[in-house]
Ligand binder design. Structure first.
Ligand code: AGP
Length: 614
């Protein structure tokens, strides 16, 4: 939901801003813009609106600027308040064009604040909530010592989750950032200082990274960075290391990030699993809970997540309940905190999130902590808000995921959650350490199986050609096949925009079967998992309605399809681990259908990779 980049110092350039925006484009691409500042000539602003073409236009326009800049701010937008037009594109100015701002998130009380400003004569040139902040700072600045002091006061009046960066024409080279439940990090190479919504934006520039605490401002100058609370008391900066390489954030010869990330899955899972289990079957977390006896006390697990991460959580529920006998509840994060969840100090609330910044999940994690639960974050971005908030952290080590449609982080999440299930089973005495070790060994063998599945790339392209023109798609599965069905449908919807539904196969007959006709395509998850035979019966029900059938099964089961149907063979693995391999052909099918339709798979319409609004 919008990407922010800012730079000040010796090396500041337009190119740093536009390159950073390119790497943040997955956060939104309704428009793009920069403001650069020289020591003496004030601001120069460049903006472009036009969907995925915005940044190309901006690079051309702003690339012609040759002034010697000292600092700059940049933005790529996912529209919330006001349409995706040029006049709503960031950066925004105050009345006098002396305050420039880029903003990610929502100013919830913008209406009342705007009315106050209009009443005293402020003139607005956009429909955005962001511009209100620029005018608030303009109004406050004459009564404050400097820009930072004005921002601190204004921040106290604002409601909503957000991060923003402002510059003032009166203080060349000074940038002030504010963070509240939205991502933003500091980076430096020693010569320049950066602020960015996400690490890849500055990965090729910064060598040291620092966290920003929520409800804090940061003051960046060419000479360094300072973090303060909203009463302007300085708080020490805490650095963190990043082991992502620049190559991992580039397409590296692939047509797009999504195909690259699909093919990175074996390595991502391997890295996520490596060295995680001690010989006695204990899980090695990235951040241990303060209380080492926590695991023994847990009598309930609650998983909160959104979208694809939620589907990984669904798979985990089957495994945790099977191996540990501990009840597992699962909730869509945006529902969790509005429904009186039954959670106490013996409940482990697990937040699953690629970004670690999804506002709904972050808010659910806050709620869980308020309710006294023990909390664990399973996320991919080191130092993300969820990782910093939770009592314990288990990172997926999938590397940066840029494609909006999550792929490698999904299979890595399932792998991480399987290890959590094994850890709980061991602590609860439900599995012997040797049994945990044997299952861990089977997990470690999965990357090779995934590589075999990747060889289906051309076969899935052929299936996409065969069925891509159909109007409706159904994905059916039972037990762990059900979340795979949901994920297959979500992937297809996200990037092809075709109607697709994931369904528990046994539930079809209770309503959705009425939708089946010869134009529908039904993908059946029929690998040898727990309810294999029942899925076979459900396939017969579909067959009787003359829909096209694609069966995803294990080698040797090819005879379950008729001559006019399709069979996709994936290797057989432990039934609870099957989603890790079974989902890959569905990712590939969605990819090929979307490419066949000419869609931009990395930047699907209306979506943003990290959803930092409620
Ligand atoms: C996945 O393809 C989607 N882009 C989306 O459903 C995503 O999984 C969801 O927004 C949650 O994001 P998170 O994992 O970063 O929390």
């Amino acid at each position: 939901m919008c990407g922010i980049i800012a730079v000040t110092g010796e090396g500041a350039s337009v190119e740093i801003l536009t390159t950073g925006l390119r790497r943040l484009e997955y956060r939104g691409y309704d428009s793009a813009g920069v403001v650069v500042q020289t020591r003496s000539d004030g601001f120069a602003r460049y903006r472009a609106a036009g969907g995925t073409k915005s940044l190309v236009a901006l690079e051309e326009e702003a690339g012609r600027y040759h002034g010697e800049i000292i600092s700059g701010i940049g933005h790529t937008r996912w529209a919330t308040h006001g349409g995706p037009t040029l006049f709503n594109a960031h950066p925004h100015f105050d009345c006098l064009e002396e305050i420039a701002i880029v903003h990610n998130g929502i100013l919830e009380n913008f209406r009342e604040l705007k009315e106050d400003l209009l009443a005293v004569g402020h003139v607005f040139s956009s429909e955005t909530d962001t511009e209100v902040i620029a005018h608030l700072i303009e109004a406050q600045l004459p009564f404050s010592r400097n820009l930072a002091a004005a921002v601190a006061i204004v921040a106290k009046r604002m409601r909503g989750a957000m991060a923003f960066v402002v510059a003032s024409a009166g203080e060349p080279g000074v940038l002030v950032g504010f963070k509240r439940m939205a991502p933003m990090v500091i980076g430096t190479d020693g010569k320049s200082w950066f602020l960015a919504s996400d690490i890849p934006a500055i990965l090729d520039r910064a060598s040291t990274f620092y966290h920003i605490d929520d409800e804090h401002i940061v003051i960046l100058k060419p000479s360094g960075a300072v973090m303060c609370d909203l009463d302007l008391h300085e708080v020490p900066l805490e650095s963190f290391s990043v082991d992502w390489t620049l190559e991992s954030a580039e397409r590296s010869g692939f047509d797009d990030f999504m195909s690259k990330e699909i093919f990175e899955q074996p390595g991502a899972l391997r890295d996520t699993l490596a060295g995680r289990m001690t010989p006695d079957g204990s899980l090695v977390l990235d951040e241990q809970p303060a209380d080492p006896d926590l695991w023994a006390r847990i009598n309930k697990v609650f998983i909160v997540a959104c979208g694809t991460s939620y589907h990984a959580g669904m798979v985990a529920k089957y495994a945790i309940e099977h191996w540990t006998k501990i009840p597992v509840e699962l909730d869509i994060s945006s529902e969790f905190r509005y429904r009186d969840p039954v959670v106490d100090e013996r409940t482990l609330v697990v937040a699953v999130s690629q970004s670690g910044e999804t506002l709904d999940t972050l808010a659910a994690l806050h709620e869980a902590r308020n309710l006294g639960a023990q909390t664990l974050a399973v996320c991919n971005v080191v130092g993300s808000s969820m990782a910093r908030l939770a009592d314990a952290v288990l990172y997926t080590r999938a590397g940066p995921e840029v494609g909006v449609a999550a792929t490698k982080t999904h299979t890595s999440q399932i792998g991480a959650l399987m290890m959590l299930a094994l850890q709980l089973a061991k602590v609860k005495g439900q599995l012997y350490p040797q049994e945990v070790q044997e299952l861990y060994r089977q997990l470690l063998s999965l990357p090779n199986k995934m590589s075999e599945v990747l060889e289906l790339w051309e076969e899935m392209r052929a299936l996409a050609l065969r069925y891509g023109g159909r109007s409706r798609f159904y994905f059916i599965g039972r037990h762990v096949g059900y979340p795979v069905a949901l994920e297959g449908a979500l992937k297809l919807k996200e990037i092809s925009y075709l109607p697709a539904e994931g369904y528990p196969a046994g539930e079809l007959k209770h309503g959705a079967i009425a939708m089946l006709d010869a134009d529908a395509v039904v993908f059946a998850l029929a690998t040898r998992t727990r309810l294999y035979e029942k899925v076979m019966s459900n396939i017969e029900e579909v067959r009787a309605r003359s829909s096209s059938i694609v069966v995803l099964g294990n080698p040797g089961d090819e005879s379950v399809v008729n001559a006019d149907e399709s069979f996709v063979a994936v290797p057989q693995v432990h039934p609870l681990f099957a989603p890790i391999v079974d989902v890959i052909p569905l990712q590939m099918f969605a990819y090929h259908v979307a490419r066949g339709l000419g869609n931009d798979v990395d930047r699907p319409r209306n979506l943003a990779k990290t959803v930092t609004v409620e």
